[in-house]
Write a protein that binds this ligand. Structure first.
Ligand SMILES: Cc1cc2nc3c(=O)[nH]c(=O)nc-3n(C[C@H](O)[C@H](O)[C@H](O)COP(=O)(O)OP(=O)(O)OC[C@H]3O[C@@H](n4cnc5c(N)ncnc54)[C@H](O)[C@@H]3O)c2cc1C
Length: 430
């Protein structure tokens, strides 16, 4: 048996900067005189799983995830370290490490939803000592002005509590810690890896989003340098346009960028350039993300049931023909069909378009809302359990919407946000 190690289970936080989980792992290694083994797991179960006959994970998310892992690996290697990559479940990966190293403890992000919670429980049931840190949210649980099980039932109540004077502020971003010794990984590269590594970004993507921390920072810098942030609120509803919204979602979802970093940079921009409704609005949208993350934690498995966390009755069936027409962009509604084709080809869709296609699936195709959420899960490059299932349940009226669901007039919306029809023409004629 060689040296003692602390295992840092990287999870969905694929970055070095502002990473409390990494900092906790380094502190543990220092206290115990141990080295650090950073571990990434490509869980076969997640790739093999299906829901409603659809794969859980699709090509866009996979490409972005692998790019982000490669970038983290390069960043660790530049610091003399190594990333241990397993095509396995976390408990099995840690057991493999245990064969050659004495595992002192495992450090991971606090679980977001049912799946991560079960993974952690499995590690603990196998006798590993598990420590959790909070890396993915703006606020730590202890900072919130309410107990977890008293999370407000609507976003606006949540936001008002956060913004009540003096407003709650995320703590400033943390520096990259000094990294301890990291044993070199001799694990073979997972075969699945080779299939996706180096795949091109689809030519049709308006923003050539590539995974990784430095790509995230470069994109975010370019967005601010172009002063797109100064008029974000007036452009964010557009269906296309590389600078109309921040396009940060994939980097935030894969943890290449910290939401606290984005928040702090917006405050700097406000101090140095301009503070207006648009700069505030980007932070407002980050609060939506924040709300849905806590909502996913609190509602747990009930978020995925048809009747939602409050067990409300809801119409909608699982008709295969109507579902296929929606997925493939053959509903007959121009704006829905254009957006669904964009999603399949690029893994991306604007927020406004996501709302419209969800409204169509639920209220015009009369389908079970979970089919739509499952399709988004497999297609989105920025899939995030809280934001996806939380938004779908909200629009379906079984989630956190006090108005009981959102029905959009699709023709009006299409003409309003795509007045010259270029977005619809772009995707319908391709
Ligand atoms: C049905 C539906 C499903 C969705 N699924 C996801 C998902 O799986 N992953 C995801 O990241 N977002 C999801 N969203 C939220 C939103 O559409 C995207 O975050 C946004 O379009 C990403 O573009 P952007 O980064 O340019 O956003 P911006 O407008 O620039 O917003 C900045 C950031 O705020 C957050 N944000 C913005 N709007 C929302 C919102 N409505 N809910 C939660 N967070 C928000 C995102 O992290 C985003 O990157 C969904 C929305 C709907 C209506």
């Amino acid at each position: 048996m060689s040296d003692e190690v602390v295992v840092w289970l990287v999870g969905d936080t694929l970055r070095l900067a502002d990473n409390p989980t990494l900092i906790l792992a380094c502190e543990q290694a220092a206290q115990r005189g141990a080295s650090l083994v950073p571990v990434v797991c490509l869980e076969p179960r997640r790739w093999a799983d299906q829901q409603f006959g659809l794969p859980r994970i699709g090509p866009h998310w996979t490409r972005f995830r692998v790019e982000s892992i490669c970038a983290l690996e390069a960043d660790l290697e530049a610091r003399g370290g190594s990333l241990w990559i397993f095509a396995d479940e976390p408990d099995r990966a840690v057991s493999v490490i245990q064969k050659t190293h004495r595992v002192m403890c495992v450090v991971a992000d606090a679980p977001l939803s049912t799946e991560e919670r079960l993974e952690h429980a499995k590690l603990e049931s196998e006798g590993f000592s598990l420590l959790e840190a909070e890396s993915g949210e703006l606020f730590r649980e202890a900072q919130l002005p309410f107990a977890r099980d008293e999370l407000p039932a609507s976003f606006s109540k949540f936001r008002k509590l956060i913004e009540k004077k003096p407003a709650l502020e995320p703590r400033p971003p943390l520096r990259i810690p000094e990294l301890p010794d990291m044993p070199v990984c001799h694990q073979p590269r997972p075969a699945e890896w080779l299939e996706v590594q180096g795949l091109p970004v689809p030519a049709s993507c308006e923003v050539k989003t590539r995974g990784g921390e430095s790509n995230a920072q470069a994109h975010w810098q370019a967005y601010r340098d172009a002063h797109a942030l100064s008029h974000y609120k007036t452009t964010r509803n557009a269906f296309h346009g590389a600078m109309n919204s921040s396009h940060l979602s994939a980097w935030l979802a894969h943890g290449c960028l910290s939401p606290r970093q984005v928040w702090a940079d917006v405050l700097d921009y406000e101090a140095e350039v301009v503070a207006n409704e648009s700069t505030y609005w980007l932070r407002f949208e980050l609060l939506w993300r924040e709300y849905f993350r806590w909502y996913a934690r609190v509602t747990d498995w009930t978020l995925f049931r048809r009747t939602g966390p409050e067990n409300q009755s809801i119409a909608g069936d699982q008709n295969a023909t109507r579902f296929r027409a929606w997925r493939e962009g053959h509903t007959g509604s121009d704006i829905v069909d254009a957006a669904m084709r964009e999603l399949s080809e690029t893994g991306w869709m604007s927020n406004r378009a996501r709302q419209l296609v969800a409204s169509h699936l639920i209220y015009e195709s009369n389908l079970d809302w979970r089919l739509g959420a499952a399709w988004f899960e497999s297609q989105l490059i920025d899939y995030d359990v809280g934001s996806n299932w939380g938004n779908w349940a909200y629009i379906a009226g079984v989630g956190a919407d006090p108005r009981g669901g959102r029905i959009f007039n699709l023709e009006d919306q299409g003409n309003r946000y795509d007045p010259d029809g270029t977005y619809r023409a772009r995707w319908l004629n391709s």
